[in-house]
Design a protein. Structure first.
Length: 321
C-alpha cells in the first residue's frame, strides 16, 4: 500500500500592523502635491487679475530659461560687449562683431511705473490683446499695499453704488406702475442711467402739467409726483442735483422775468417739495435753471415734454465739487 504524500504547509508570521506601515504615508504625499497644485493655480489666477499686460510680460520673461544681457556684458567702457547693430547685444558669444544672431528675449522684470523696459530695438509700447483698451498714460498704478487696497475699496464702492442705483430704478418703475393715482401720468416719469448717476425726469404732457403757465407754484399733481420720488430716493445716500427746464415759448422782450428765472424758480420749488417730503437738505448739492437750452424733444421746441424737472442721484465722483 503506497503512502499518501503530504503537501508542505507554509506558515507566514507577520507582525501586527506591518501591512499598514507599508502604505501609511502615501496618501499624505498625494494630498500635499494636490494642495501645492491648487495653491499655485490660485496664485496664478490672482496674479492674472491684479497685473497689467506689461507686468505679465515681465513675469513671463523672468522665467525664460535663456538669459542674454540686453545692454552690457560684465565689463564696462568702450569694449563692454555691445554689438554694432541697432538691436543691442542680443547675440550669442560666437556671433561676429558686426551682426547679431536673434535669440530669445532676455528676462525683464516689468516695473509698475511708466518707464517699463522694452525689448531691444522696440520703440512702440507693448501690444494689448485684441479688443482690450490701453490704460491711460496718466493712470497711476498702485505701487504699495495701501494704494492697492485703496484702489480695491474704490472699485468695491463703485460696484455697490451701481447695484444700489439699479435697485432704485426698479423700485421707482414698480411704484409708478402700481400706484393707481399715478396711472394717468405714468408717461410723465422718465428714468434713465446717465454718466452722472440715475436721472428722474418729471415732464408735462398735453393734458398734465405740474405748474400753471408762467408760474413756479407747483400744483397738487406735481406734489404727488415729488412725494413718490422722495419715498423712493430716501433709501440711498447719494447727493441730488435738481434742474428746471422750460419750452421755447418766450416772454415779451421788455419783460424782466424770463425762462431763466422761471426754470430756476421751478427747480427751487421742486427742492422745497422734496425737503418737505423728508429728503435731508444736505443731500441736495446743486439746483439750477436751464431755461430752454436742453430740450427733451429737440425737433419740437414747444412740446410740453420740454417743460420738466430733472432730479439726478449723483454718483460719488460726480457729487464732488
Amino acid at each position: 500500500m503506497a503512502r499518501k504524500r503530504l503537501e508542505p504547509l507554509i506558515i507566514v508570521k507577520r507582525r501586527p500592523g506591518e501591512d499598514e506601515e507599508e502604505h501609511n504615508g502615501t496618501w499624505k504625499l498625494a494630498y500635499a502635491d494636490f494642495v501645492t497644485a491648487m495653491m499655485t493655480f490660485f496664485l496664478i489666477m490672482w496674479l492674472m487679475n491684479i497685473t497689467t499686460v506689461e507686468q505679465r510680460k515681465g513675469i513671463a520673461d523672468y522665467f525664460n530659461p535663456i538669459a542674454v544681457s540686453q545692454a552690457n556684458s560684465g565689463a564696462d567702457g568702450m569694449l563692454a560687449g555691445r554689438s554694432v547693430d541697432k538691436t543691442g547685444s542680443l547675440s550669442t558669444p560666437n556671433a561676429p562683431g558686426d551682426s547679431g544672431i536673434p535669440v530669445a528675449s532676455p528676462p525683464v522684470v516689468a516695473s509698475l511705473g511708466d518707464s517699463d523696459r522694452q525689448p531691444a530695438g522696440r520703440k512702440d509700447p507693448m501690444p494689448h490683446p485684441l479688443g482690450a483698451k490701453a490704460p491711460p498714460k496718466d493712470a497711476q498704478q498702485p505701487t504699495t499695499r495701501e494704494e492697492l487696497e485703496a484702489m480695491l475699496d474704490r472699485q468695491s464702492e463703485a460696484l455697490h453704488e451701481r447695484y444700489a442705483l439699479d435697485e432704485l430704478e426698479r423700485d421707482l418703475r414698480k411704484r409708478v406702475a402700481s400706484a393707481p393715482e399715478l396711472k394717468a401720468v405714468a408717461d410723465s416719469v422718465l428714468i434713465q442711467q446717465v454718466p452722472e448717476g440715475l436721472r428722474i425726469q418729471l415732464t408735462d404732457q398735453a393734458k398734465f402739467s405740474m405748474f400753471a403757465v408762467g408760474s413756479a407754484q407747483m400744483n397738487e399733481q406735481g406734489k404727488r409726483l415729488m412725494r413718490m420720488v422722495s419715498a423712493a430716493i430716501a433709501t440711498v445716500p447719494n447727493g441730488l442735483s435738481i434742474s428746471g427746464h422750460t419750452d421755447a415759448l418766450g416772454y415779451a422782450a421788455e419783460a424782466k422775468y424770463g425762462n431763466w428765472e422761471l426754470s430756476s424758480d421751478r427747480a427751487n420749488a421742486a427742492r422745497r417739495e422734496l425737503i418737505a417730503a423728508g429728503v435731508p437738505p444736505r443731500r441736495i448739492v446743486r439746483v439750477e435753471g436751464r431755461a430752454d437750452l436742453d430740450h427733451l424733444a429737440a425737433d419740437t421746441p414747444l412740446d410740453p415734454r420740454n417743460r420738466r424737472i430733472s432730479i439726478t442721484l449723483l454718483r460719488r465722483e460726480a457729487a464732488k465739487p
